[in-house]
Write a protein that binds this ligand. Structure first.
Ligand code: PAF
Length: 284
């Protein structure tokens, strides 16, 4: 696996991958890799792709109050995992390579960013959309793979790619979970042992709520019950638990078209998010 830090070298490496005749996939990450990221590489390889993985802790998607400096960085361990998973290229630019002096552009996606993470984290999705657009244009892959764990992010990226005629297939990969159901996330490392046990209430509350809604229970009361369960388990504040349309992320009471139950809440100092498909039509 080649480790590349400069754009000109990335372009040359991708040209060589294209010449093999296989499709090229990009898996954008911020490092601190876990089995959830490796599932993205596996999904790309299962589609017959040569895989480029980017690791870039993108400063523009962190609010001033968020954990940019504390965000875990362990490139050597990440590179070993990617090598074992069969990635062809690790694209690991530094901040000056991505945002040289004078950088002045930003991509704003409206609508789908208006609520939920967009409301809780002002500026976050402009940072994500801009860096993902850059990574897509730098690599120009056939496909790019993102986890469904960040469901709103996936919807924002799909919207941007559609709106700007980017012409790259965006593939969502199901969330990977620990044995007790907790979604894998780099942020789980911040949980104390007691919090880690309490955290399993999040997937359980969502799973039970999704099943109730599928059986026809009223949506608002079911969501209230899920919130009460989270509060009882020690989550505070609960930023949101909501049933949303899987494409627009607007609140919905219907599961006739693809819907998603989404949640974000804090346990101690760690903010956790999760989501589940609800209804008969499970995918976006
Ligand atoms: O999901 C992430 O790790 C990041 O938001 C992404 C897509 C790599 C953009 O920095």
């Amino acid at each position: 696996m080649q480790i590349i830090r400069h754009l000109a070298d990335l372009r040359a490496a991708v040209r060589a991958l294209v010449n093999t005749g296989a499709p090229v996939a990009l898996v954008p990450t911020m490092g601190a890799l876990h089995a959830g990221h490796i599932a993205l590489v596996d999904a790309a390889r299962a589609r017959g792709c040569q895989v480029v993985v980017s690791i870039f802790v993108n400063p523009t998607q962190f609010a001033p109050t968020e954990d940019l400096d504390a965000y875990p960085r362990r490139e050597a361990a990440d590179a070993a995992m990617l090598e074992a998973a069969g990635a062809a290229v690790l694209w690991a630019p530094d901040v000056a390579e991505m945002y040289p002096a004078g950088f002045a552009s930003s991509i704003e996606v409206s609508g789908v960013t208006a609520r939920w993470e967009g409301e809780a984290r002002p500026g976050h999705f402009a940072g994500v959309a801009t860096v993902v657009a850059k990574l897509l244009l730098q690599t120009r892959p056939d496909m790019a793979f993102f986890g469904e764990k960040d469901f709103q992010q996936l919807a924002v990226i799909r919207r941007m790619v559609r709106d700007l005629d980017v012409g790259i297939e965006i593939v969502g990969v199901p969330t990977q979970r620990d044995d007790d159901g907790l979604a894998l996330s780099s942020r789980n490392a911040y949980l104390s042992p007691e919090e880690r046990i309490a955290a399993r209430a999040l997937p359980r509350a969502l799973g039970d709520a999704a099943a109730s809604i599928e059986r026809g229970a009223p949506v608002a009361a079911t969501i209230d019950a899920a919130k009460a369960r989270l509060t009882e388990a020690g989550f505070t504040p609960i930023d949101y638990v909501a049933l949303v349309d899987a494409d627009s992320l607007e609140p919905t009471e219907s599961i006739e078209s693809p819907a998603r139950l989404i949640a974000a809440a804090k346990l101690g100092r760690t903010r956790l998010i999760d989501n589940l498909a609800v209804g008969n039509v499970k995918s976006m």
